[in-house]
Design a binder for this molecule. Structure first.
Ligand code: ZN
Ligand code: ZN
Length: 365
């Protein structure tokens, strides 16, 4: 009788389980098993994302509110930013994924249906029936010792040239790269990135590769602005100290910036962006807002004829993110500021929520 690698795994594991807003518990759960086409990994680390915090505090959209249905299906293990080692492959999974036992691997945050209008057109990141890890029953997340990549998942092998402790940043970096692509930055452009959080840092590095004339970053936290400079920002501005609209106009011969990328989630950043962008400029909306933002829409059409581009997830960007990390384009040791044991998840959530000393908080199951 032969034994599959699955038999060598323990039967149960530790997992953080989300039962509802502000109700996350450390529990004993069954170790997932790899069915046909599925991959099980032992989680090396799991990042805490701003969206995990939004879910934790009960933001509408994640949870039902009025006419909006909730996306989250509790009880669910959170975590869509992760990296792990392959420990079990279901029937046909090795052929399908190209992964082998012992490989370092990640899986894109959304597991698409491959059957809806968007998936059929290759727009899998906007899948109408997609499940995102850490929020849905079918895609339990990474804040556990083991996790499963379902058969529909998009998986990537991580080469040894990427330090495994940096690989947890691949998901946020892929999102940052996609937002920068949506900005359509040209040589000689003046670009403003609002928000120097973990995603903002990735945007800086990605925007730099597009060859802007001047890359300006705004944030109210001076420590983050200092790191933004290390990541490649030419000029950093603190809107709590100076008039950033005025400053950006001065730095662009009075015209305003060509491209504005919003990554802070602050309503005031959208207002400032609309003011500081030049006529015919491109404004990218990546940030997630706690409440509706009110602005003068006439600026978009009548006054400036702007392109307003949304940006969601990091489609087709994982290979680019992996390459950027392999090349050491980012000060990763200062971006992943905390690495905590899984049992200290509550402390991790509190650190990420406060967002003062912490940039990217990772949990180590
Ligand atoms: Zn995320
Ligand atoms: Zn789909």
């Amino acid at each position: 009788m032969t034994h599959s690698p699955q038999d060598a795994l323990p039967k149960t594991m530790q997992a953080v389980v989300c039962h509802g807003p502000e109700d996350y518990r450390l529990e004993e759960r069954d170790v997932p098993s790899a069915g046909p086409g599925e991959v099980v990994v032992k989680v090396h680390s799991a990042g805490i994302c701003a969206s995990d915090i939004a879910c934790y505090v009960g933001t509408p959209g994640y949870w039902p509110a009025g006419k909006i249905p909730g996306y989250v299906q509790p009880p669910v293990v959170p975590g869509h930013e992760f990296v792990g080692k392959v420990v079990a492959l279901g029937e046909g999974a090795a052929e399908k994924t190209g992964l082998a036992l012992g490989d370092t691997a990640i899986s894109e945050q959304i597991v698409p249906c491959w059957d809806c209008r968007f998936c059929r057109r290759g727009q899998y990141w906007m899948c109408a029936n997609g499940d995102t890890y850490g929020f849905r029953k079918a895609t339990q997340g990474a804040m556990a010792t083991y996790m499963k990549f379902p058969a529909n998942a998009i998986n990537h092998r991580i080469p040894d040239s990427v330090p495994i402790d940096h690989a947890v940043y691949i998901e946020p970096l892929a999102c940052a790269i996609h937002a920068v692509q949506r900005g359509e930055i040209e040589l000689d452009d003046v670009v403003v990135i609002a928000g120097a959080g973990p995603i903002g840092m990735g945007m800086i590095a990605a925007a730099k590769l597009r060859g802007p004339r001047l890359l300006i970053v705004t944030d109210v936290n001076d420590a983050r602005l200092a790191l933004a400079k290390e990541a490649g920002a030419d000029v950093v501005l603190n809107p709590s100290k100076i008039d950033v609209v005025d400053e950006v106009r001065k730095l662009s011969e009075g015209y305003g910036c060509d491209v504005f990328i919003e990554a802070s989630g602050h309503p005031s950043a959208i207002e400032q962006g609309l003011e500081m962008i030049r006529n015919l400029g491109t404004l990218v909306v990546f940030g997630v807002f706690k409440q509706p933002v009110t602005v003068d829409w006439s600026i978009i059409g009548d006054r400036k004829e702007l392109n307003i581009h949304g940006s969601h997830l990091g489609p087709h960007c994982y290979p680019i993110a992996i390459d950027m990390l392999a090349k050491g384009y980012l000060p990763m040791d200062r971006i992943v500021t905390h690495s905590l044991e899984l049992k200290d998840f509550q402390h991790g959530i509190d650190l990420a929520k406060a967002g003062q000393s912490a940039l990217k908080v990772a949990l180590r199951p």
